[in-house]
Design a protein around this ligand. Sequence first.
Ligand code: ADP
Ligand code: ASP
Ligand code: MG
Length: 448
Amino acid sequence: MSRTRFHERFVAPANDQALRAAVPQDTEPVFMARLVLKFGGTSVADIDRIRNVARHVKREVDAGHDVAVVVSAMAGRTNELVGWCREASPIHDAREYDAVVASGEQVTAGILAITLQGMGVNARSWQGWQIAIKTDGAHGAARIQEIDASDIIRRFEDNQVAVIAGFQGIAPDNRIATLGRGGSDTSAVAVAAALGADRCDIYTDVDGVYTTDPRIEPKARRMARISFEEMLEMASLGAKVLQVRSVELAMVHKVRTFVRSSFDDPDAPGMGDFDNPPGTLICDEDEIVEQQVVTGIAYARDEAQISLRRVADQPGVAAAIFGPLAEAGVNVDMIVQNISESGASTDMTFTVPAGDLGKATAVLDRAKAEMRYDTIQSEQGLTKVSVIGVGMRSHTGVAATAFKALADRGVNIRAITTSEIKISILIDGDYTELAVRALHSVYGLDKG
Ligand code: ADP
Ligand code: ASP
Ligand code: MG
């Protein structure tokens, strides 16, 4: 049993290899693999769609594969449940929040198992605690630490499909924990790692990962492959097609992960292709033959900017400001500090998610004396647009191209941060579509 640097422990039965090799001798040789299929909210939005999902599952079962399925709550359900918690009490116990919001996935898992059984497929539902998917104690944003997949693997011998409720696990306090919004992706990849699955297919409402969100830019192109690193940046900079943590797990545990559409006809030619299913493969950089300088554009709305004016220009001031914010769980992102003209004071500007603005200003107000600033200004309704590509490591002028494209369209730049493979630019939210499309076009990502 090995521990990774993420400290997860995924357990398979000792005789797993023997179980895998159990191909019947007297039949045609078939290629039996182990697959995890994940279906997101829109894919399971109603009973008709769940029936369609069941046909995808049945196709893989009929092909002789061992199949585990991970499901999300029906579209809109988690938002509704979150809303109920807030309505009951704006400030609430995170353990009870988890008990409420985890219920959406439980419903879908049961309904899909019933639907599969109705089609003659042996299936049963699993909640996180039954497997068990063990998490840490960070209710509402828990991380998976350990999965014991042995029971599920043993049941593959009876051709039983495991239908697993995504987004949830069991915390050390023996209470249900959820993995943060979009967390079913992470459940799926973690289960795939625990099962030693040959592939993890993330079925969603788009047929792969695009050069930018196809809802904003119809000219976006689907990528056949994208590297783990680029996908990590895309996801953490706002492309919600995959939860960030799921990409980290896929990278560390070498899970072969595809993003594909659940709306395709389950029985269309090529849908069951083992090596090249339709969709986007998330893979190592060296598996990508034609590397572009810029791979994609991501955006995150609802950013807020806070400026502290006339902050004392002395050692320790930044620590005095950002320490208490971190302790309060405020997620600070872009930080810009000007060079002080007078030598006595300077301005400090940074961004936080708009939802954290109230908490952040309360912390800043409380600690004004130690933080040594004069006034606070804040603004909401901002968007961070980001240009991503591993090719930036070896190319110059990528940032200048972005700045010019935005300037030509009269988009004002409020803050900039860069790393080796990305440039992020803060702009007014009203210009989101314009900026995304301008950047998408200027790097030649438009199709046709
Ligand atoms: P699910 O409910 O299946 O988990 P999500 O809504 O979480 O689906 O993620 C799919 C959505 O992600 C798409 O509908 C699309 O609008 C959005 N998206 C954002 N950026 C991208 C991108 N670069 N490629 C594909 N989809 C993207
Ligand atoms: N249902 C959860 C959410 O809406 C988890 C997921 O769909 O991945 O965030
Ligand atoms: Mg999602």
